[in-house]
Write a new protein. Structure first.
Length: 112
């Protein structure tokens, strides 16, 4: 039995409900914010950070409580979005030695 093709509405729903594919669509296809996908992107710290960097091009306050849960995401967000120390995230960043080292190098190189 052949598969039934998905309607465009159903296809977009499937894309938007996965944080990675929603981010990729916002960057590559729409080249702008995709509000309908943001609740799903917010389920992933790393994709939320990348979305703030590459789609929003700035702070995404609603996502900070998600981003701060994962060391690499928090460090990337501090480095590329905030462009300064993120004291609230430092306890989380310190849980991963490699991420902490990179974050500290960023702070030193930028006299922060």
């Amino acid at each position: 039995m052949p598969l039934k093709p998905l309607k465009i509405k159903d296809r977009l729903k499937k894309i938007r409900e996965n944080p990675m594919t929603a981010y990729a669509a916002a960057v590559g296809r729409f080249e702008q914010r995709w509000p309908a996908a943001e609740p799903f992107i917010l389920k992933s710290p790393i994709w939320s950070a990348y979305y703030a960097i590459n789609v929003i091009h700035g702070r995404w306050p609603e996502a900070e409580k998600v981003i701060i849960k994962e060391p690499a995401s928090a460090a990337i967000y501090a480095k590329y979005v905030l462009k300064k120390r993120w004291p609230e995230a430092e306890p989380v960043i310190k849980t991963d030695p490699d991420v902490e080292k990179d974050y500290n190098n960023f702070l030193i190189l930028n006299n922060l």
